[in-house]
Design a protein around this ligand. Structure first.
Ligand SMILES: Cc1cc2nc3c(=O)[nH]c(=O)nc-3n(C[C@H](O)[C@H](O)[C@H](O)COP(=O)(O)O)c2cc1C
Length: 171
């Protein structure tokens, strides 16, 4: 698949098949995160791979919008250093690379974020040092249903301009 095709067909899923993801694919997903670009190449991130029913259940209780992670095959907790004001941008780039590499092997994913009081709880649960920030939690696994790749997105003319903001683009 071309990269654009991977982007076009990937949608974020909440329902996962009860099937283990091959360790080689997990390694590739982590490698995609390791190789991500970061501001000043600081690579201030840390990725905690989480597996196991008990652990995924703990993750599912850390966000009201992340209950679905219980059914994923594994999760990666994306930890960054908030003293860099671009930390979330860096994390976003790493997450995107991981998700695209996963989808290349048919592994679907979705992410959620953890709000303030639960941040501290999550850090305690997974031994994450207090000075770090859990930017997101990404759940991975094979989709339960066939993924049709239908995206709800704004039209190009609504989100892009030519030379000046608001000048319609016509490429
Ligand atoms: C910063 C960010 C936070 C998100 N938080 C949640 C969340 O808390 N729970 C959830 O189920 N999905 C979450 N998502 C997934 C989005 O809802 C999803 O990316 C969006 O609906 C587009 O999905 P699609 O690519 O399948 O069309 C989040 C995505 C991003 C980028």
């Amino acid at each position: 698949m071309r990269i654009l095709e991977i982007i076009e067909t990937r949608i974020e899923i909440r329902e996962f098949e009860k099937k283990s993801v091959d360790v080689e694919v997990k390694k590739e997903i982590l490698e995609a995160g390791r190789l991500a670009p970061s501001g000043r190449n600081l690579q201030h991130w840390h990725y905690v791979l989480i597996e196991g029913e008990k652990e995924l259940d703990i993750l599912s209780k850390l966000s009201p919008t992340g209950r679905w992670i219980r059914d994923s095959n594994f999760a990666i907790v994306i930890v960054t250093d908030p003293k860099y004001d671009f930390n979330e941008l860096d994390a976003g780039r790493a997450i995107t690379q991981m998700q695209l590499v996963g989808w290349e092997s048919g592994v679907g994913s979705r992410l959620y974020t953890i709000k303030k009081p639960d941040q501290d709880k999550a850090k305690l649960e997974f031994n994450i040092p207090g000075e770090y920030h859990i930017t997101a939690v990404v759940g991975f696994g094979y989709p339960l249903n066939r993924v049709a790749g239908k995206k709800e997105r704004k039209d190009m003319k609504e989100i892009a301009s030519y030379n000046q903001f608001g000048i319609p683009i016509d490429l």
